[in-house]
Design a protein around this ligand. Structure first.
Ligand code: ADP
Ligand code: MG
Ligand code: MG
Length: 255
């Protein structure tokens, strides 16, 4: 059993208007096998939390901790974090021209495992995973995310997830911009990874529709840089009706 602990995390970024505090004391514990949904208004800092965990250099940690099985993630480089078992599916996956999907995935797998995967097994695993995600085999030879549609990028993120087998996956709006069929296919991929590895999942989403496919154990409301309410799956339904206004500070407006 593994544990991801986020403790009183305060994070800021340098903007043109000066330093801006975004995370204001985020605290959360996720265990293996658990799925946590994080819901909250635009601009509340959900992606900042995801990027901070993954080690994006733009986000400066002012105080607080992030621990994976007691190891200090915040002291690690992004690739050390991946090696420790953390995976981030980005809200806006980046294009990497000139690097093929197949090379990228094999390099990532080699990095994370500390050794190159046996070629025959790897080729089979890659082809099988792509088939299950209904990805055209041609995608393996294309540059990472270059010219991919929104839905294809999200599938490529889940393909990485299935192959890299992390201990914890942070999914940042992996459901956004997907049609019903793609949503189902992507969700099935996440559920397979959960079943096969027992990973813990932190799923940032705006919509309850994905929660019908990927069942959360716990639902959190995230507003103004911190977790402000925690409940069971029923909390997501309540949010759909009431919105986030009650959780925002005086005078703030949810976008
Ligand atoms: P969410 O994912 O909840 O919509 P974000 O974490 O993307 O929120 O953004 C939170 C706030 O921080 C927003 O006001 C956003 O404009 C600001 N922000 C995030 N990243 C940066 C950055 N790299 N530079 C400047 N401002 C940023
Ligand atoms: Mg957003
Ligand atoms: Mg975001």
């Amino acid at each position: 059993m593994s544990t991801l602990e986020i403790k009183d995390l305060h994070v800021s970024v340098e903007t043109k208007e000066g330093r801006k505090q975004i995370l204001k004391g985020a605290t959360l514990t996720v265990n293996s096998g658990e799925t946590h949904a994080i819901m909250g208004p635009n601009g509340s800092g959900k992606s900042t939390l995801a990027y901070t965990l993954a080690g994006h250099p733009k986000y400066e940690v002012d105080s607080g901790q992030a621990l994976l099985d007691g190891q200090d993630l915040l002291k690690m480089t992004p690739d050390e974090r991946a090696k420790a078992g953390l995976f981030l599916a980005m809200q806006y996956p980046v294009e990497v021209p000139g690097v093929s999907m197949t090379n990228f995935l094999r390099t990532a797998k080699t990095e994370v495992d500390g050794k190159a995967p046996a070629i025959r097994q790897w080729t089979k695993d890659l082809n099988d995973a792509m088939k299950r995600l209904r990805m055209d085999p041609k995608f393996a030879r294309r540059s990472v995310n270059e010219g991919f549609s929104g839905g294809e990028k999200k599938r490529a993120e889940v393909l990485q997830l299935e192959l890299l087998k992390p201990k914890f996956a942070v999914l940042d709006e992996t459901d956004s911009g997907l049609d019903v069929d793609a949503l189902r296919i992507v969700s099935e991929g996440v559920n397979r990874a959960k079943e096969n590895t027992g990973m813990g999942v932190l799923m940032v989403t705006h919509y309850t529709r994905i929660l019908k496919y990927i069942k959360p154990d716990i639902v959190h409301v995230f507003a103004d840089g911190r977790f402000v309410k925690t409940g069971g799956p029923e909390l997501a339904d309540t949010l759909e009706e009431t919105g986030y206004d009650q959780y925002l500070p005086e005078g703030a407006d949810s976008e």
